[in-house]
Ligand binder design. Structure first.
Ligand SMILES: Cc1cc2nc3c(=O)[nH]c(=O)nc-3n(C[C@H](O)[C@H](O)[C@H](O)COP(=O)(O)O)c2cc1C
Length: 168
């Protein structure tokens, strides 16, 4: 019983776990950077911890330990374009990466919080753990707040989705 355990089957079946989409941002050495993630989860209530999993090959992987802090913006349904942008390999570097995007610096990290999202959290990096070809970055939440979004962006089976309110 069961399918062959291959990366392709793993990717397809893991993709049946519906997630939200977030942008993790850093501010380091006077510049800023963002990356689209769906490997984001709340981890602990006491202390308040979240985790994000970042590919070892990603630029962000080296930036997070240097910054020692980061912000997370949970994207709203209308922000699919931002998700695509912060995942694209040919986006600009530094402040130019945020041109035309409305943001403000988070209080502690100074990292961009994207206006129009669902919620933001500002985190101090509290640990980095091995996760195969990714690393698990644990952040202690030091500030947080709501944003203007009312419906979350959903990622499911490799595509962007909207929440359907079945039965209403
Ligand atoms: C919906 C979506 C979710 C993603 N989730 C992650 C993730 O959780 N972790 C990760 O390392 N990359 C993730 N990626 C890929 C990165 O966004 C992409 O590789 C990005 O260009 C890396 O940026 P960087 O190299 O500038 O840090 C995701 C991409 C998309 C479109």
């Amino acid at each position: 019983m069961g399918d062959d355990v291959t990366p392709e089957r793993f990717r397809a079946l893991a993709g049946r776990f519906a997630t939200g989409v977030a942008v993790v941002t850093t501010a380091v050495d006077g510049t800023v950077h963002g990356i689209t993630v769906n490997a984001f989860a709340s981890l602990s209530l006491d202390p308040l911890l979240i985790l994000v999993c970042i590919d070892r090959e990603a630029t962000t992987h080296a930036l997070l330990p240097r910054a020692g802090a980061f912000a997370v913006t949970v994207l709203a349904a209308q922000q699919e374009e931002l998700s695509v942008h912060f995942a694209s390999s040919d986006r600009a570097e530094g402040h130019a990466q945020f041109e035309g995007i409305s943001w403000r610096p988070a209080a502690v990290s100074g990292a961009p919080v994207l206006e129009g999202g669902m919620a933001w959290m500002d985190c101090r990096l509290s640990g980095v753990h091995d996760g195969g070809d990714h690393s698990i970055f644990v952040g202690e939440v030091v500030a947080l707040g709501e944003l203007q979004g009312t419906e979350p962006l959903v990622f499911y089976e490799g595509g962007y989705r909207r929440l359907a309110e079945a039965g209403r």
